[in-house]
Design a protein around this ligand. Structure first.
Ligand SMILES: C[S@@+](CC[C@H](N)C(=O)[O-])C[C@H]1O[C@@H](n2cnc3c(N)ncnc32)[C@H](O)[C@@H]1O
Length: 247
């Protein structure tokens, strides 16, 4: 589990990600897909701190948010008291009622580290979708991303939160010792006070990028029909969005 998703750090995540990701654009993009396929309700897996949730809750599309981190679920619920949030794992969750569509955004797919995790996740998603239900998720495109980070890549993000200046220095490098297209992502979160850097936390994780062909196969093996890959630039990463239908 990423340290930034629990133990109070979820509040920093929340403030910083609001400045990295334009959630209004995210909402426009994903709600258009849900409407296009005439779906009335959505489950978001890895709902994080509830920023996309807020926009869905105020829309005609009915929304449920699910996250592995209890702290994220609590934060989402506090920010959206009328929202429906639940703690659960993408592998093996069970909703009371099936849904028409499932979303996984913000490159949460990067935490599906092994092939068995991907298959378990797709299996639970399949079971919780109505017939003809839609799955829509994004992933970091290994083909483009690895050529950029091949020799290590430093990326800095800045966020101004209530007149405090926060930074995240990320260093990404391929991890060639592991199976799959994995990379090590070291992040140093700090704020500046009178030009002194004050460390908030360090987060070291190993995460995964995928190729389109891998997803074609995973979807086929787990009884989904691939409908579309959408090439979508997003902050820091080359990303594809996948739309698939439950067979
Ligand atoms: C990068 S954040 C994205 C959050 C949100 N979608 C956004 O765009 O702000 C990834 C989220 O996925 C959650 N997560 C990680 N592994 C998970 C799992 N196995 N099941 C459910 N949620 C998971 C984390 O707790 C975190 O909130």
């Amino acid at each position: 589990m990423q340290s930034l998703y629990t133990n109070g750090f979820e509040n920093i995540y929340d403030e910083m990600y609001k400045t990295f990701i334009n959630y209004n654009d995210e909402f426009k993009f994903y709600s258009k897909i849900i409407k296009q396929y005439k779906k009335e309700n959505v489950l978001e897996i890895g709902c994080g701190s509830g920023n996309l949730a807020k926009l869905f809750i105020n829309s005609p599309i009915s929304y449920i948010g699910l996250d592995l981190s209890n702290d994220m679920v609590q934060l989402s619920q506090n920010k959206n008291p009328t929202g429906n949030f639940t703690q659960g794992n993408i592998e093996g969750f069970k909703l009371e009622k099936r849904v028409d569509s499932i979303l996984i955004t913000g490159r949460t797919s990067s935490y599906l580290l092994t092939n068995s995790t991907v298959n378990n996740a797709l299996n639970s998603i399949h079971k919780n979708l109505n017939s003809q239900g839609i799955l829509c998720f994004d992933f970091i495109d290994a083909s483009r991303f690895f050529s950029i980070i091949k020799n290590g890549k430093h990326i800095q993000h800045k966020a101004k939160v209530q007149s405090e200046l926060y930074f995240r220095d990320s260093y990404m490098t391929p991890n060639k010792q592991l199976d799959n297209f994995m990379f090590d992502w070291d992040s140093h979160y700090y704020k500046k006070n009178h030009s002194k850097n004050i460390t908030i936390t360090r987060d070291t994780s190993t995460v995964r990028a995928f190729t389109k062909d891998e997803w074609k196969l995973f979807l086929e093996l787990n009884n989904f029909e691939l409908l579309e890959f959408i090439d979508r630039k997003s902050y820091a990463f080359d990303t594809y969005v996948v739309i698939a239908k439950k067979k």
